[in-house]
Design a protein around this ligand. Structure first.
Ligand SMILES: *Cc1c(COP(=O)(O)O)cnc(C)c1O
Length: 227
């Protein structure tokens, strides 16, 4: 099994799946490289990967030092005191889910005179152990975000429940899609172009239900050892 081949096959498959999507939109593939080496990342690049996802600030910093020209997304729980290390170095912060984090990103961005693109992470199934804004609180939180000029919301992100129950997964993805559309229709000033959902287990369903950004790790890099 080679990372390069996995990546090539996956890109082809995602392109096929776009035809089954309710939107027909192009789908961006984020290769989730957490716990994998910079050599493995370069192998994925040779297979066509252009964007990478990391969930730990220190690991992300280490990789950026070696691979400054690669595009990284922050996809994991982000502690407020670590924002300063990455806010100006990532393409997208996908895990914005609380006001103190919003304030910190905005403050740092303002001091650098930049705008940081973020997604609001939604806890779609109300799972206690997970981060993300509760489904019913998303619009309130979005309105809060609009008060901050140096954070720009580009869409929504979710991590679906870890289950093989296809009906439940589809239901989560459908609710996310509807939420995104509703926000898009009700807030002309918000972009809401990105719907980031779908991982190795569930990306097919997610794309069918309107995801236009999937975050895939083990299907490309193999199983992660450890956590
Ligand atoms: C690890 C991770 C992924 C990728 O998971 P796989 O099952 O390996 O595809 C996607 N999104 C987030 C937020 C993750 O932490």
């Amino acid at each position: 099994m080679s990372i390069k081949l996995n990546m090539e096959n996956l890109l082809r498959e995602v392109e096929d799946l776009e035809k089954k999507s309710i939107t027909g939109e192009k789908v961006r593939l984020i290769a989730v490289s957490k716990m994998h080496s910079t050599d493995e990342i370069l192998e994925a690049v040779s297979g066509g990967a252009v964007e990478f996802g990391e969930n730990k600030v220190q690991e992300l910093r280490d990789k950026l030092e070696v691979l400054p020209e690669q595009n990284f997304h922050m996809i994991g729980n982000l502690q407020t005191n670590k924002v300063k290390y990455i806010y100006d170095k990532v393409r997208l912060i996908q895990s914005l889910d609380r006001v103190n984090l919003l304030e910190e990103i905005d403050k740092r961005a303002k001091s650098s005179n930049i705008v940081v693109d973020c997604l609001i992470e939604v806890n779609i199934a109300g799972e206690e152990q997970k981060g993300g804004v509760a489904y019913n609180d998303v619009r309130n939180f979005l309105e809060k975000c609009l008060e901050y000029n140096n954070v720009k919301i580009q869409g929504l992100m979710t991590v679906a429940p870890d289950t093989e129950d296809e009906k439940l997964l589809r239901d989560c993805f459908k609710r996310m899609f509807k939420l995104k559309e509703k926000i898009k229709n009700n807030y002309s000033e918000v972009k809401m172009d990105i719907l980031s959902m779908g991982m190795s287990q569930d990306y097919k369903l997610a794309i069918e239900e309107g995801s236009n950004m999937v975050r895939i790790g083990s299907k490309i890099f193999g199983k992660r050892i450890g956590r």
